[in-house]
Design a protein around this ligand. Sequence first.
Ligand SMILES: [Zn+2]
Length: 448
Amino acid sequence: MRRASSSGSGTRFRLFPRPPYAHPGRPPEVVAISVPPDLIGPGPSDDRLYVIDPVRKSHPYGIVRGPYGTPHLSLPPWRGPIRRPVQAGPDGHFDRIPVEAPEFAQVHVYGSIRFVLDVWERYFGGPIDWHFARDFDRLEVVMLPDFDNAHVGYGFMEVGAHHNPDGSAAPFAVNFDVIAHELGHLIIYGTLGVPSRETERGEYFGFQESAADTTAMVAALHFDFLVEQLLEDTRGNLYTYNELDRFAELSATEQIRLASNSVTLSQFAAGWEDEHALSQPLTGAVFDILVDIFQENLVERGLIGRDVADLTEQVKKRPEYAATIQTVFDAAYPGQREGFRASLIEARDYLGVALAETWRRLSPDFFDYEEVATLLLAVDRALSGGRYREEMIESFVWREIGRVKVGPRLSPPAKSSHAFSARTLVPEIGRRLPQMSYRERVLIARGM
Ligand SMILES: [Zn+2]
């Protein structure tokens, strides 16, 4: 499989695999995305998406109140003024824009979206359609630095910042993980769609968050330097706390979620409140499966013994093994970097293809994690005769997927919940809202 970062015919960008405010001093990586320079316009923009930096956009898309208080559905396109769209360099590439320049943010967002789309369209074996294609040709990507979030919805992605209590901000525009996570939601909408009120189950919302995190994790493993650093830091022992683990870092010490969590489904048997928490058992299972596949590849290459691989699978139940395991990896890794790297890339691509095939077969209706597990096992059987069946079953069983039923939603969605946010609103809902007066509509049209 062609590696995203070694394409010669595409357009060059510089991306931070990890946000610079969490890893100061680490330079961005030069990558090439598949769209050739002559097909990228100012913004940047192309036939699938365009980035804008609006002037005075006072609220994110979704349901907002008009000047006289009437709720209405605000959707793209943005019709107000925008700041000058970013142009490519004279050679048609975008890798010369200084990191400190204000326009670097737009370029980083565009490059990140395209980089992730390249990765996942290869795994899907073709284009991933936008779920809003009926109404909009292209995704509108909006820079909205005052917005305390990043979200996607019907025809848009809006990119804000994490605002720290001391007044400083961590812009999500340079947080690859956050952009990739949001694009992950769009991939799932485009692939599965959304359930109706009658057919929706809580696990659908947990799955959305889990799949979005997985989208980001697998995409990040396409940065050569990140892979190298990850293996150097851990000596190939990916069960330790590591860089791949941390989602949506906000600073050097704070991140939103961990992939190698030890959350199991029984914690939600009585019910659930937040889909990000509910996503953890599934994300954890997928992360463990990635590491297990990697270790199987290491065993096959003769880089670690079978006994070591078996021992690492026990470490969740027997944390006292951790030190012994690290000693083994510390001895096995030196001089074998290339074998470790190749084993990880193979595991990444096997999992990527297997997940794409699994997601393609899922239905959004009456969703539960057990169905994800059943389909992933079937896909593994189809791809390789069930090469990783045992590891997959072990991971799902340990997470109690297929054993424990998730209880009901215990409280109305919190503000941070995406489940009923702008993302799932479609134009039909707009038509059911009260009519606005002509005058109020004029005021909105003028951007007041
Ligand atoms: Zn999300």
